[in-house]
Design a protein. Structure first.
Ligand SMILES: NC(=O)c1ccc[n+]([C@@H]2O[C@H](COP(=O)([O-])OP(=O)(O)OC[C@H]3O[C@@H](n4cnc5c(N)ncnc54)[C@H](O)[C@@H]3O)[C@@H](O)[C@H]2O)c1
Length: 270
């Protein structure tokens, strides 16, 4: 149906979960993929499993790192055609127990990081599209930003997360308008319940380490049951299914779609 041969893709948060599955599918379609993650060891494993890929570990919430990541991708592979802003995590609590640090952390990863990556890519995107236009060529490039049903529907305990993920939709629609002239399709995919470490059944042990902070993640079992039974498809999604929706927006199948949000949630809304 299509090939991504000769395309260069950058996927953030590709060490595990949805990002890793996205990177795998992009590579299977022929793309050369730069993988980024905060956690070096799962990232290395992912890179070894994905043919022709490279990896560049680092923290996207470090204000200087997104520029370094974009520069490194272009320097190593000679271009940049697909950007998937996927890295993220949840740090939940009811609003009166949410600290400024916690709220800011959600904005830092979910909206500042994609903003800084796209800003860093802008000179390359603009100059390349102008050169191609002068040569009478039109090449579509792709940006896919990851959002959530928590952004569109709200999620109790997720003031910071849902705000960051809602902001991503604004950024998506704005960049679709700014970059349409450069033939860049900018879209978002919003997930419902996808089986990753973020949605594991909540126990006292379900914690993740983010930059030395131990953060409780997971979903209470009654909530998981409720979400699954409220879903028309009656189940959680797999990371491969999640990646499929992202792949559509990375492919020529979506060349005339931009500024849109595709919900990949088994039909479920909160
Ligand atoms: N799993 C779901 O049900 C679900 C639902 C809605 C949205 N999402 C979103 O999907 C995306 C992927 O999540 P997932 O479920 O695969 O989770 P995951 O924890 O399996 O993978 C996310 C990856 O992002 C990385 N990451 C976090 N902070 C980072 C940083 N500062 N710099 C670089 N990498 C960083 C993590 O190390 C991790 O490997 C996230 O944006 C998440 O918010 C997931």
């Amino acid at each position: 149906m299509f090939s991504l041969k000769s395309k260069v893709a950058l996927v953030t948060g590709a060490g595990r979960g949805i990002g890793r599955a996205v990177a795998q599918q992009l590579a299977a379609a022929g793309a050369t993929v730069m993988l980024n993650d905060l956690d070096a060891s799962p990232l290395e494993e992912a890179q070894k499993a994905i043919d022709g890929s490279a990896h560049y570990p680092g923290d996207l919430t470090d204000p200087l790192f997104p520029q370094q990541l974009v520069d490194r991708t272009i320097a190593q592979f000679g271009g940049l055609d697909i950007i998937v802003n996927n890295a993220g995590y949840t740090w939940d609590n009811i609003i009166q127990k949410t600290t400024d640090e916690q709220f800011q952390a959600m904005l830092d990863i979910h909206i500042f990081a994609p903003f800084r990556i796209l800003r860093a890519a802008a000179p390359f995107i603009r100059d390349t599209a102008k050169r191609e236009a002068a040569e009478g060529r039109r090449t579509h490039r792709k940006v896919v930003n990851i959002t959530s049903i928590s952004a569109t529907d709200g999620g109790a305990g997720q003031a910071g997360y849902s705000s960051g993920k809602a902001a991503v939709i604004g950024l998506t629609r704005t960049m679709a308008k700014e970059w349409g002239r450069y033939n860049v399709n900018v879209n978002a995919v919003g997930f419902g319940l996808i089986e990753t470490r973020l949605t594991q059944p909540l126990t006292t042990e379900s914690k993740i380490d983010v930059k030395g902070r131990e953060i409780r993640v997971g979903v209470q079992q009654p909530m998981l049951d409720k979400v699954v039974s409220a879903s028309p498809l009656g189940r959680a999604g797999t990371v491969e299914e999640a990646a499929g929706a992202v792949l559509f927006f990375c492919s020529p199948l979506s060349d005339f779609v931009t500024g849109e949000v595709l919900m990949c949630s088994g039909g479920m809304h909160f």
